[in-house]
Design a protein around this ligand. Structure first.
Ligand SMILES: [Fe+2]
Length: 433
């Protein structure tokens, strides 16, 4: 096998070992639905194998279906998450057996396939990139399900660097144009393409994500009771959801506590806030006299090297993320303290844009000019409906294989079971340009 194929095989194994670790539990935990927002874990497990069968074995490898009768059950579009518990899905043992059988054949296809042929699905290993990223994205979803399950002791935690020294609250991005999206990164999704020029006025963006201390100040200032900070839709969400603080927070004895993977602990005030929805982020920003950055502002601050006039793969350059640069890939089960990664700063000086928490932006999830759906419209195109807001940067639960400056995630503005936070921005005043 070539070095490139060896690397693909290693990435496939790494994604699978996460899926196995997150489902190494009693059957009851795997088959139960912990929230109507999520699938039972056993559905995710067989679904990643079924997706791999569909794309690598059948589409790229031309192999006949192994179990055609189960396809329909694992089609995410035919069955919304809320309905999945009623499906006659494979049990945990059967699911493990099925995905293991698929994987064995996938490695055979990898061995034989020409990764330099004309088929865009084969070229540069795109189809393998597709299934590797898909599995990591489901692994992150499984972590969100495990968090909702409230079960203790299943999710590994780890060590992180301490909070960094104090620095400026915000950094300036001068007016100018930059290249947004990509036309060259081989495993980028269709929604990141094509690269296109975007012109922006000067703006300021927070050096760091909004932290728990600042967010608790908003809560304690009566932020959730003051309609001035909330949009009409936000107010509607607030009144129906009866939210009073980020999800998994509660107040007891003058202290804020949070429950994280079944354990209750004081909210660490120096961490980025997580488990807030878009409406909460918007309300906080208004209370703080700021706003959320647009997606373009976020991407420019994260990955544009103005001096070299080029987009970087990561804020610090094109090198892979190391432990000193970002909190990714579930090295710990939480965001890192604020300022923990000065070496991960972007050219404009923004930190922790990659990893820790997904950051809500002000933008709807919409196609870039010249968008072409590939390899199937249900990945991105069906979500271009002005109902989903864009999140950027990946979280502590996201794998480095899925995180880059151009990567776009999206969700409904009311969702907060995901590992979501935000940072604020403001338009520069004329005298600041
Ligand atoms: Fe999926």
């Amino acid at each position: 096998m070539s070095d490139f194929k060896e690397r693909i095989a290693a990435e496939l194994t790494a994604a699978r070992s996460r899926s196995i670790a997150y489902t190494d539990a009693e059957d009851d935990l795997l088959v139960r639905q912990h929230s109507p927002l999520m699938s039972p874990l056993v559905w995710d497990l067989a679904h990643v194998g079924n997706y791999e069968e569909l794309w690598v074995l059948r589409q790229a490898g031309g192999i006949a279906p192994l179990r055609p009768e189960i396809d329909e059950m694992y089609d995410a579009f035919r069955h919304p998450r809320a309905d999945r518990p009623s499906l006659p899905v494979l049990g945990p043992g059967e699911a493990r057996h099925y995905i293991g059988g698929v994987r064995g054949r996938v490695l055979d296809v990898l061995d034989e396939i020409d990764l330099h042929g004309p088929d865009p699905l084969h070229r540069d290993g795109f189809v393998f990139g597709l299934v590797i990223q898909h599995e990591h994205q489901h692994d992150e979803t499984m972590l969100a399900t495990l968090q909702l399950s409230g079960q203790a002791g299943l999710v590994r935690d780890g060590d992180l660097p301490p909070a960094g020294p104090p620095g400026p609250a915000e950094v300036f991005v001068p007016p100018g144009s930059f290249v947004m999206g990509t036309g060259t990164r081989p495993w980028a999704y269709d929604n990141e393409r094509p690269a296109h020029l975007v012109e922006l006025p000067g703006y300021w963006i927070d050096r760091l994500p909004v932290g728990n201390r600042a967010y608790a100040d908003f809560v304690e200032d009566g932020g959730y009771d003051d309609p001035r900070w909330w949009s009409g839709e936000g107010l509607h969400w607030l009144r129906h959801g009866r939210a009073f603080a980020p999800l998994f927070w509660r107040r007891d004895g003058g202290t804020w506590w949070r429950t994280r993977f079944g354990r209750t602990e004081p909210v660490p005030m120096d961490e980025p806030v997580q488990h807030v929805c878009w409406y909460e982020a918007e309300a906080y920003a208004r209370w703080a006299g700021r706003r959320l950055p647009t997606e373009a502002e976020w991407e420019r601050a994260c990955g544009w090297d103005a001096e070299a006039e080029r987009a970087l793969l990561h804020p610090w350059g094109d090198d892979a993320p190391g432990p000193g640069r970002a909190n990714l890939g579930h090295r710990a089960a939480r965001p890192a303290p604020l300022g923990a990664f000065p070496a991960g700063a972007s050219p404009c000086g923004a930190e922790q844009m990659i990893g820790d928490v997904w950051e809500w932006t002000d933008s709807w999830f919409l196609p870039y000019p010249g968008f072409r759906s590939f390899p199937y419209p249900e990945y991105s195109e069906v979500f271009f409906d002005s109902r989903h807001r864009v999140l950027r940067g990946g979280s502590w639960a996201s794998d480095p294989a899925v995180v880059r400056t151009t990567f776009r995630n999206w969700d409904l503005p009311a969702r907060r079971q995901i590992f979501s936070g935000f940072r604020c921005a403001r338009t520069a005043r004329p005298e600041e340009d």
